[in-house]
Design a protein around this ligand. Structure first.
Ligand SMILES: [Fe+2]
Ligand SMILES: [Fe+2]
Length: 155
């Protein structure tokens, strides 16, 4: 499986978690409820960004390292990290909800840019074999076995 397809699939799940946070902050002023919703997203976002930072982005550096998109994606990962970090220690529910709203907006826009620009560039500059080899690294990290076009859990 190409790494770009694996990451698109992860985005699909992350959109559901973003929507959950968006609904929670519009429905609840209970800090524990808001924190729980953010913490599920927190772990999922961090492990997704770690895969991009360590597997996909370094493979793109020699091709588009000097161009804007990769630098922008890295800087948005940093922005997401900072919002998550601030949310972890925030005790005021109104401030926490404001941080969560910024986080959801930033992550949503970030995924859209990756899907519309960065993954397309990856598929333009990397060969099918390179994309599949990176997909194998993704599968090892996620503990799934990829057989041809399908994935099975190796757990
Ligand atoms: Fe990303
Ligand atoms: Fe992503």
């Amino acid at each position: 499986m190409k790494i770009t397809d694996a990451l698109r699939g992860e985005h699909a799940v992350l959109y559901v978690l973003l929507e959950d946070v968006r609904e929670t902050i519009s429905d609840s002023d209970n800090i524990d409820v808001v924190k729980k919703s953010i913490s599920t997203l927190d772990r999922a976002l961090l492990s997704h960004a770690e895969i991009e930072n360590n597997i996909l982005f370094p493979a793109l550096d020699p091709h588009i390292g000097q161009m804007g998109p990769l630098e922008m994606m890295r800087s948005e990962h940093q922005g997401i990290d900072e919002l998550l970090e601030a949310a972890r220690s925030e005790q005021d529910v109104a401030v926490l909800k404001s941080l969560a709203k910024q986080l959801v907006d930033l992550a949503y826009g970030h995924f859209q840019k990756e899907e519309m620009a960065l993954f397309a560039m990856a598929e333009q500059f990397l060969s099918e074999d390179e994309l599949s080899a990176l997909g194998d690294q993704w599968a090892a990290k996620r503990n799934v076995e990829v057989q041809g076009q399908s994935c099975i859990s190796a757990a």
